[in-house]
Write a protein of this length. Structure first.
Lengths: 113, 116
């Protein structure tokens, strides 16, 4: 069975600083990987996804993530954050044989001025 | 695009009553729809998976008689919380897939249910 671990429940950072949100997964089969963002009282918006091909994936709002199979990681990065990036970020995994998404526990990114 | 809507966005109901939440795919046909529940400051918990015209598949621990799911068409799924209790208060989110891989889910904006 797949699982996702987001080690950091909260990440405080100052505006214009770089940030990395960590995600590790566990799976015995090949997976697809996703990062979603959730603003307060809203649904989830897809930031980026890894399906195959290049391990460096670029998404919306200046975010990118790198798939590292040997370390089973899919960390999310942004070189310079904005106040508007303050939100909850979820890493998720699904496998080739099911539509189900397995979510991590989420990381709260708090950007300070 | 792939837009999913939910209605209502917020609902308050009295204990013992039932409430229905609609999930619609506005610009695509959804082969599969999912229902999630999210408690404050927590992750999404998958409740059930539904395919058009067939019975929903519920996750372990989810009461199928309490959370009735109907996937009547390729663009509409409904979740009915029956005999609601205060502990059913939560944020309910639906998602939908287009099918045929690669299984990207498109999420609705969520419904805040408060049971008094």
């Amino acid at each position: 069975a797949q699982s996702v671990t987001q080690l950091d429940s909260q990440v405080p950072v100052f505006e214009e600083a770089p940030v990395e949100l960590r995600c590790n997964y566990s799976s015995s089969v090949s997976v697809y990987l996703f990062w979603y963002v959730q603003y307060p009282n809203q649904g989830l918006q897809l930031l980026l996804k890894y399906l195959s091909g290049s391990t460096l994936v670029k998404g919306i709002n200046g975010f990118e993530a790198e798939f590292n199979k040997s370390q089973t990681s899919f960390h999310l990065r942004k070189p310079s954050v904005h106040i508007s990036d303050t939100a909850e970020y979820f890493c998720a995994v699904t496998d080739y044989n099911t539509d189900k998404l397995i979510f991590g526990t989420g990381t709260r990114l708090q950007v300070f001025p | 695009g792939a837009v999913v809507s939910q209605h209502p966005s917020r609902v308050i109901c009295k204990s013992g009553t039932s409430v229905k939440i609609e999930c619609r795919s506005l610009d695509f046909q959804a082969t599969t729809m999912f229902w999630y529940r999210q408690f404050p400051k927590q992750s999404l918990m998958l409740m059930a998976t539904s395919n058009e015209g067939s019975k929903a598949t519920y996750e372990q621990g989810v009461e199928k008689d309490k959370f009735l799911i109907n996937h009547a068409s390729l663009t509409l799924s409904t979740l009915t919380v029956t005999s609601a209790h205060p502990e059913d208060s939560s944020f309910y989110i639906c998602s939908a897939t287009k099918g045929g891989g690669p299984y990207e889910q498109y999420f609705g904006p969520g419904t805040r249910l408060t049971v008094t």
